[in-house]
Structures are given as C-alpha cells and as structure tokens.
Design a protein around this ligand. Structure first.
Ligand code: ZN
Length: 197
C-alpha cells in the first residue's frame, strides 16, 4: 500500500466522492494538481466562490447567484413550464433555443428502488406554481430512463386533472439517456415534435 500524507489521503477521499471517479482517477487528478500550485490555488478559490455565491432559485430551483434567477425574472412565456430533473438539464434545453417558457427543476426522479419518493422531489412546489392559473402547458423533459419515464407518468396523473396540457419531449432522444448529454439539434427536434400525454 502506497504511503502518502494525511492531507493527500483526505483529498483522494473527497475526489472519490465525485461521480465516476475511482481510485486511479483520484490519484491521477491529485498528482496533476500537485504539480502546479497555481492551479491548485485557483481550484480551491473557485470551489469556495461557488460554495458562497451559488444557490438554488426559490422559484424554479435552478442554480443562480441571485434569487430569483434570470430565467424566472426576464420576459419569457409564462404560459408554459418545462420540468427537468437536474439544474444542468436547463442548460441542455437553453442550448437548443426551442423552448421559450419557464423552468422547474425536480432535483431527481422517482425511484422506489433507491428510496426516492415524491416527497423528496420539488413536486409540491411545482403544483403551487401551477395553482396560480397562468400555466397552460407543462412540458415534461425528464430523462428517457426508467426513473424519468415513471416521474413523467406520475406528474401527468397529477397535472392533467388541473386542465393543463401535459406534453412530453418527442422520442428521437435515445432511450436511457440523460438530457444533458444529448446534442442541441436532437433536443430541438424533440421540443418541436413534443406530443400531448
Ligand atoms: Zn428561477
């Protein structure tokens, strides 16, 4: 077993908490950072800046430095809301420029196997926004995974009785894929070809 310093062991432990970082990648990243003290300081500073400056918008639950965020305050179509799983999915939708309404981030998807229940997602907050009566269409842009589809189905059952049109991104987005990794042209086609549920 490699004998390394306590602080380096701690850094490796933190790096391994990141998605898809295992032992080898953590070591590679840590040693890369150690080679350049400037990079290490810049990374440490930007981590602190993000910790202190970035928060979730209290309306849409996207990431923002000012609350409410610019997507909630700039002039956009108030009659439609696009529901996504994660804040980064908003970026995927905005890249394709086909959607002009507001957003709502659930912060996850229903997954009974992993113990994710409706109460753990921002569903109650979504319903509160819909109660104001401005919204005519909810576009469900949850991922095309088992969890994303189950969440879309669950939301459809909740929203349809409110006489609000519920639509889903058209297929064409590969089954099993996360929205954030789909190219902009494909997302644009999926938005334009959305179908009512
Ligand atoms: Zn917002």
């Amino acid at each position: 077993m490699l004998h390394i310093s306590r602080s380096l062991t701690k850094l490796l432990g933190e790096l391994k908490k990141l998605p898809s970082v295992g032992d080898k990648t953590a070591l590679r990243l840590a040693f890369h950072l150690l080679k350049s003290p400037e990079n290490l300081s810049a990374l440490a500073e930007s981590l602190l800046e993000v910790r202190d400056g970035v928060r979730f918008c209290s309306t849409c639950f996207g990431i923002t430095e000012s609350d409410p965020c610019h997507l909630c305050t700039t002039p956009r179509d108030d009659a439609s809301i696009c529901v996504v799983e994660e804040p980064q999915d908003i970026l995927a939708m905005e890249r394709c420029q086909a959607f002009k309404g507001r957003y709502h981030v659930l912060h996850g998807a229903l997954s009974p196997l992993n113990g994710v229940t409706p109460g753990q997602l921002r569903i109650a907050e979504l319903l509160q926004r819909l109660e104001k009566g401005l919204v005519k269409e909810v576009l469900l842009a949850t991922n095309f995974t088992v969890e994303g589809e189950a969440t879309a189905l669950y939301l459809t059952r909740l929203i349809k009785p409110l006489s609000i049109k519920v639509t889903r991104l058209a297929h064409g987005i590969p089954i099993g894929s996360d929205l954030e990794y789909v190219d902009a042209a494909t997302v644009q086609r999926a938005v334009e070809g959305r179908s009512e549920l």
